[in-house]
Design a protein around this ligand. Structure first.
Ligand SMILES: Nc1nc2c(c(=O)[nH]1)N[C@H]1C(S)=C(S)[C@@H](COP(=O)(O)OP(=O)(O)OC[C@H]3O[C@@H](n4cnc5c(=O)[nH]c(N)nc54)[C@H](O)[C@@H]3O)O[C@H]1N2
Ligand SMILES: Nc1nc2c(c(=O)[nH]1)N[C@H]1C(S)=C(S)[C@@H](COP(=O)(O)OP(=O)(O)OC[C@H]3O[C@@H](n4cnc5c(=O)[nH]c(N)nc54)[C@H](O)[C@@H]3O)O[C@H]1N2
Ligand code: SF4
Ligand SMILES: [Mo]
Length: 682
C-alpha cells in the first residue's frame, strides 16, 4: 500500500518547501509540494520536482572510500567505516599535535539548510578540537551587513503580504528562478492591477515576465537608490509624518542626496534620467509598494552599501506602515533559536584556552596556499563543493592538490571537491535524516524526520561528527546528544517569536508560524518604529552613504578594462542549485552557456553556438555562445555553477572570479568580474 510521508526541502533556497512523498516498500514513487503549507502551496520548482532522480541516482556515494589515484583524478577504493574514521581521527590528531589544532580547517556551507546537519554536531566537534573557525561569507555576508546597518535587524515583509501590493520592484531578484514560491503572491497582486518591475543587468526569465525591465550596469545600484532619494525628497514625495516619528538624520540625508541627480545616476547606472525620475515618483506615490531585494545586488564590490541604501527607501516613503509595503531580503534573523547551545563555541576554551582564528571561506585559495602560523594542514569539507563554487578556482585547486594537505570530504556525489579527498564519506540526503529548518523567505519553522532509508552505508553529518568525537576521545555530554536533544536545545529560547513552540508540536504539525503577530494578522515590524536600534528609529547615517564604482567595472580601473572590457555576471542557473545538480546533463548544458549581446558577438566574429574562450589574468574557461538579448553590450552572463570536471580544461567560471572582498561584511564579489571573450578555432 502506498504511504504518504513528509519532509522539507533542505536546499539553499528562500522558499524552504514542505514536501509530500508517496512511498511504496520503502521506495519513493512521487514527490510533491505540500498543499497545506501556506507558502509551498502544493507545487515545487523544476529542479526539486525531479529530486527523486538525485535520490536514486547511480551517482550516489554509498560507501567510505580511500583515494588511490592522484588528487583530482577521482580514483578511489572502498574501505570500512572503522578504517575511514580511524584514518581521519589519526590525521586530525597528528596535525593538531604537530602544528596546533588551528592547522585544521572545516569548510562547509548550505548544501543542507538543516540546522543539525549544517551547524550542529559539526560545530561542536570543531570547537572542541580547537580548529580554525570558518567565516561563512560566501553567499550573503555583504547583504546581511547592509541590512543591519540600515535597519538594525534582518527580517521584514512577509511573502504572503506581497498579494496586497500595488507596485512590486524585484531588485536583483530572479524570482521565477530562485524564489518561485513568491510568484503566486505577485500574480495575485497583478491580477488586481499591481505593476511588477525588475532591476537587473540581465533580462532573465523574471525580467521577461515584468511590466517593465530596467537594465542596470552591474554594481551601480547605490547610485540608483541615491538618485531615487534625490527625487523623492526634492519633490516632497516622502512621508513627512513617518520620517518625523520613526527616523533619525533626515536633514543630513536631504543634503547628502542633493548632488545625486538622476542625470548623475544615469551615467553610472545606464538607466535614462527621466526613467529614474519617473520610477522615483511612481514608487513614492503608489501605496502599498514593496521591494523584493535579493542577493544579486550584493555580490559586487559595493554590495553592502547597495543593500544598505536600498533598504532605507521604505523608511523615506513610510511604506513600512502598509500591509503589502516595505521590503524583503531575508527573514532568517526572526528565527531566534538557541544557536549558542547548539554550536557550543564555549568548547574552544577546553582545547585552546581562547577563541580560534577565523578564516574567510571566500578566501579559500589564499588560505590553502599562503596562510601561515599555522598553515592549513587538514581540511574537512561537508555541505559544500569549494572546488567548483569558490572564487579564484585555480588557486583553490592548487591548494586542494597539495600533497601535504590531508582532506576529508563528506558528500552525496562525486564532485570536483570529492575528487581531491584523501578519505571520502557517503552522506545522507535530507530525505534520509532528521533536521530542524528555519527559512530565509518566510516565517515558518519546520521539522523533518527521515522519510526514506539511507542507501548503502551513507550516514548523516550529525552521526559522522558524533563518531569522530568518540574517536578523538571527546567525552563532553553534548557529543552523546540525540537529534531530538539538539532540537530541544534549539527551541530553548526566551524570544517571544518562539513562545510555546515545542518538538512535540513540530512533530505533529511539521510547520509552525513564528509568533510574529496574532494569527491572521500581518507582520508589520516597523509600522511604528521597532527598528533594531537603541531608540527604535531608522537611522539614515547619511554621512556614511556613498558610491564609488567597483574596480572591476566599466567605470572602474581603466587599465584593467582595456584588457578585459566585458563585465561577467555568473548568476544562478534557473534549473539547478549552485553546483548541487552538476551531475545532470541538462544542467551541465545550461551552465555551459555564455550569453552575450549581438554587438559583442559580432565584433568578435562569434556566432550563436560557437565555443568561446573567456579569460582574464586569473584564468580562463570555455563556454558556448548564446546571443539572445538578455544582456546589453558590455555585459556577459554565464548561468552557474558548473562542475569544472565536466568542462573543457576542467575549469568553470570561477576560474575567472576573484577573491576580492565586498566593501563591508567580507563577502565575495562574484559579479564584479572583468573578462575578455574570444572565438575559438580561428
Ligand atoms: N534555481 C536556483 N535557485 C537558487 C539558487 C540556484 O543556484 N539556482 N541558489 C540559491 C542561493 S545559494 C541563493 S543565495 C539565492 C540567490 O537568489 P538571487 O539573489 O535571486 O540570485 P542571483 O542569481 O545571485 O541574483 C539575482 C539577480 O541579480 C542580478 N544581478 C547581478 N548583479 C547585479 C547588480 O549589480 N545589480 C542588480 N540590480 N542585479 C544584479 C543577476 O543578474 C540575477 O538575475 O538563490 C537560491 N536559489
Ligand atoms: N560564480 C559563482 N559562484 C558562486 C555563486 C554564483 O552565483 N556564481 N553563488 C555563491 C553562493 S550564493 C553560494 S551559497 C555558494 C554555494 O556553494 P555550496 O554551499 O558549496 O553549494 P553547492 O554547490 O550546492 O554544494 C553543496 C554540496 O553539499 C552537498 N550536500 C547536500 N546535503 C548534504 C548533507 O546533508 N551532507 C553532506 N555532507 N553534503 C551535503 C551536495 O551534494 C553538494 O555537492 O556558491 C557560491 N558560488
Ligand atoms: S529548491 Fe526552493 S523552491 Fe525548490 S523545492 Fe526546494 S525550497 Fe522549494
Ligand atoms: Mo547563496
Amino acid at each position: 500500500m502506498p504511504e504518504i510521508r513528509h519532509s522539507v526541502c533542505a536546499l539553499d533556497c528562500p522558499d524552504c518547501c514542505a514536501l509530500t512523498l508517496t512511498v511504496e516498500n520503502e521506495r519513493a514513487t512521487r514527490l510533491r509540494g505540500d498543499a497545506t503549507h501556506p507558502i509551498t502551496r502544493g507545487f515545487l520548482c523544476g529542479k526539486v520536482a525531479q529530486y527523486l532522480e538525485r535520490e536514486y541516482s547511480p551517482g550516489r556515494l554509498l560507501y567510505p572510500q580511500r583515494r588511490v589515484g592522484a588528487k583530482g583524478e577521482g580514483r578511489f577504493h572502498r574501505i570500512s567505516w572503522d578504517e575511514a574514521l580511524d584514518t581521519i581521527a589519526g590525521h586530525l590528531g597528528a596535525v593538531a599535535a604537530e602544528f596546533g589544532p588551528e592547522a585544521i580547517l572545516p569548510y562547509s556551507y548550505a548544501g543542507t539548510m538543516g540546522l543539525l546537519n549544517g551547524e550542529g554536531m559539526d560545530r561542536r566537534f570543531f570547537h572542541r578540537l580547537g580548529a580554525s573557525r570558518l567565516d561563512r561569507t560566501i553567499c550573503s555576508a555583504a547583504g546581511m551587513t547592509g541590512m543591519t546597518q540600515a535597519l538594525g535587524v534582518r527580517y521584514s515583509t512577509e511573502p504572503e503580504q506581497f498579494r496586497h501590493s500595488r507596485l512590486i520592484l524585484a531588485w536583483g531578484a530572479n524570482i521565477l528562478g530562485t524564489n518561485v514560491h513568491l510568484w503566486p503572491f505577485i500574480m495575485e497582486a497583478r491580477r488586481q492591477g499591481a505593476r511588477f518591475y525588475t532591476i537587473d543587468p540581465r533580462r532573465n526569465r523574471t525580467g521577461a515576465a515584468a511590466d517593465k525591465h530596467f537594465f542596470i550596469n552591474p554594481g551601480s545600484d547605490t547610485a540608483l537608490a541615491l538618485a531615487l532619494m534625490h527625487v523623492i525628497i526634492g519633490e516632497n514625495l516622502y512621508d513627512a509624518g513617518y520620517v518625523a516619528s520613526y527616523t533619525e538624520g533626515f536633514d543630513g540625508l536631504r543634503a547628502r542626496v542633493q548632488p545625486w541627480t538622476p542625470r548623475r545616476a544615469a551615467e553610472l547606472t545606464g538607466i535614462a534620467a527621466d526613467e529614474i525620475a519617473a520610477l522615483a515618483r511612481e514608487y513614492a506615490s503608489t501605496r502599498p509598494a514593496v521591494i523584493r531585494l535579493n542577493y544579486g545586488v550584493q555580490r559586487s564590490e559595493r554590495g553592502a552599501m547597495a543593500v544598505r541604501t536600498i533598504a532605507l527607501l521604505p523608511a523615506l516613503t513610510g511604506s513600512w506602515k502598509d500591509t503589502g509595503g516595505g521590503l524583503q531580503l531575508s527573514t532568517s534573523q526572526a528565527f531566534h533559536l538557541n544557536r549558542p547551545g547548539l554550536e557550543r563555541a564555549d568548547l574552544q576554551r577546553k582545547s585552546l584556552g581562547r577563541e580560534a582564528r577565523i578564516v574567510n571561506m571566500t578566501e579559500l585559495g589564499a588560505a590553502l596556499n599562503a596562510l601561515d602560523h599555522p598553515p592549513v594542514k587538514a581540511l574537512v569539507v561537508y555541505n559544500s563543493n569549494p572546488a567548483a563554487i569558490a572564487p579564484n578556482q585555480n588557486a583553490v585547486l592548487r591548494g586542494l592538490q597539495r600533497d601535504d594537505l590531508f582532506t576529508a570530504v563528506l558528500e552525496q556525489f562525486q564532485t570536483d571537491t570529492a575528487d581531491h579527498a584523501d578519505i571520502l564519506l557517503p552522506a545522507t540526503t535530507f530525505l534520509e535524516h532528521t533536521d530542524l529548518y528555519f527559512a530565509y523567505g518566510h516565517y515558518y519553522l519546520q521539522m523533518a524526520r527521515p522519510a526514506l532509508p539511507a542507501p548503502g552505508e551513507a550516514k548523516s553529518n550529525v552521526e559522522v561528527f558524533r563518531l569522530l568525537a568518540q574517536r578523538m576521545g571527546f567525552d563532553d555530554p553534548c557529543f552523546a546528544d540525540s537529534e531530538d536533544d539538539m532540537i530541544r536545545t534549539l527551541l530553548d529560547s526566551p524570544h517571544p517569536f518562539l513562545r510555546g513552540i515545542t518538538l512535540e508540536q513540530l512533530d505533529r504539525d511539521r510547520f509552525v508560524r513564528l509568533k510574529i503577530s496574532e494569527a491572521g494578522e500581518p507582520f508589520l515590524p516597523f509600522a511604528s518604529g521597532g527598528f533594531g536600534t537603541p531608540d527604535g528609529k531608522c537611522h539614515f547615517h547619511a554621512e556614511e552613504l556613498d558610491y564609488t564604482p567597483p574596480v572591476e567595472s566599466r567605470h572602474g580601473d581603466a587599465e584593467l578594462r582595456r584588457k578585459y572590457p566585458l563585465e561577467l555576471i555568473s548568476a544562478k542557473n534557473d534549473d539547478s542549485m549552485n553546483s548541487t545538480f552538476g551531475h545532470r546533463d541538462a544542467v551541465d548544458r545550461s551552465t555551459a552557456e555564455l550569453h552575450l549581446n549581438s554587438a559583442d558577438a559580432a565584433s568578435r566574429g562569434v556566432q550563436p553556438g560557437d565555443p568561446v574562450r573567456i579569460y582574464n589574468a586569473r584564468g580562463s574557461c570555455v563556454l558556448s555562445a548564446v546571443v539572445d538579448g538578455t544582456v546589453l553590450p558590455g555585459v556577459v552572463s554565464a548561468p552557474s555553477v558548473r562542475w569544472g570536471k565536466r568542462a573543457p580544461g576542467k575549469r568553470s567560471v570561477n576560474a575567472l572570479t576573484s577573491e576580492r572582498l565586498t566593501d563591508f561584511g567580507g563577502g565575495p564579489t562574484f559579479y564584479s568580474c572583468l573578462v575578455q571573450v574570444e572565438r575559438i578555432g580561428d
